[in-house]
Ligand binder design. Structure first.
Ligand code: UP6
Length: 260
């Protein structure tokens, strides 16, 4: 998987529409950077979003952690996404029973192109989301399933990872890929590997996060898309930082596929 170019992977028959869309944007913008905008106010969200917009393929939010978000904030974010050609992902990491997840997802489906889910409650949760996606066919939507976490001390086991991959295969039509840390989790080239825990300056925080460099994450860990949060939005110049991360990540991706 890791040696194949995005273009070839997008053209595979089993690649979902939402994964195709991510590959396409990534190739158009020469960017495999997802920025996590974990700020605390709606104004800061829009400010950072505008600054990083030209350099990203996905903008990731934890909207429930941001104060003052209104319909107009979401509207402005969507306008930016359209203007600068990126997708919006709400990193809710949903984890409840199918019916509850379905109710929660109905509140996100209007504005989030992508959402994240934990696989802990099994496939029925994906079924709930699939039903909502199939009722909203105006544009393409999907999910990333968390198979591994970047923080130390997390409780995910080998067995859990294997079962998570099975669920991803079962709901392939709506799954863009997996959130994970190592390249051997995903064998299918039609699924994307989204990997958080990337920072050029730091190796950890004081709450368990573990960081790696852009080249580690792309070359050694096999990530297709890297998630960068504090490394960009806490920088004195987030626009420039986003450009630096984007170029470093994309060049490493090019190096990886040219080695094949
Ligand atoms: N995230 C992780 N690790 C995971 C899954 N998700 O860090 O295994 C998310 C966090 C945060 C972002 O919720 O939004 O990725 C990482 O931000 P940071 O670069 O500021 O640490």
């Amino acid at each position: 998987r890791t040696q194949l170019e995005f273009k070839e992977r997008a053209e595979l028959l089993e690649t979902s529409k939402i994964a195709q869309k991510i590959f396409k944007i990534s190739l158009e913008k020469k960017s495999n950077l997802c920025v996590a905008v974990d700020v605390d106010t709606a104004d800061k969200l829009l400010d950072i979003a505008e600054k990083v917009a030209p350099h990203i393929c996905i903008l990731k939010t934890h909207i429930d952690a941001i104060n003052g978000v209104t319909d107009s904030t979401i509207n402005d974010l969507q306008l930016l996404a359209k203007q600068y050609n990126f997708l919006i992902m709400e990193d809710r990491k949903m984890a409840d029973i199918g019916n509850t997840v379905k109710l929660q997802y109905k509140k996100l489906v209007d504005w989030a192109d992508l959402v994240t889910v934990h696989s802990v409650s099994g496939g029925m949760m994906l079924k709930g989301i699939q039903e909502v996606i199939n009722e909203n066919t105006d544009h393409c939507r999907g999910v990333f399933i968390v198979a591994e976490l970047s923080c130390n001390g997390n409780l995910i086991s080998e067995q859990y990872i294997k079962e998570t991959v099975k669920i991803a295969e079962e709901y392939k039509d709506i799954v863009a890929g997996l959130v994970c840390q190592s390249h051997d989790v995903i064998s299918s080239p039609s699924l994307l590997q989204l990997t958080p825990g990337v920072n050029i300056k730091n190796t950890n925080d004081n709450l368990g996060q573990q960081y790696q460099s852009p080249s580690d994450i792309i070359l050694t860990k096999g990530a297709d898309i890297a998630v960068v949060g504090r490394g960009i939005y806490q920088d004195d110049n987030p626009a420039e930082a986003a450009k630096v991360y984007k170029e470093s990540l994309w060049n490493t991706y090019l190096e990886r596929v040219s080695n094949s």
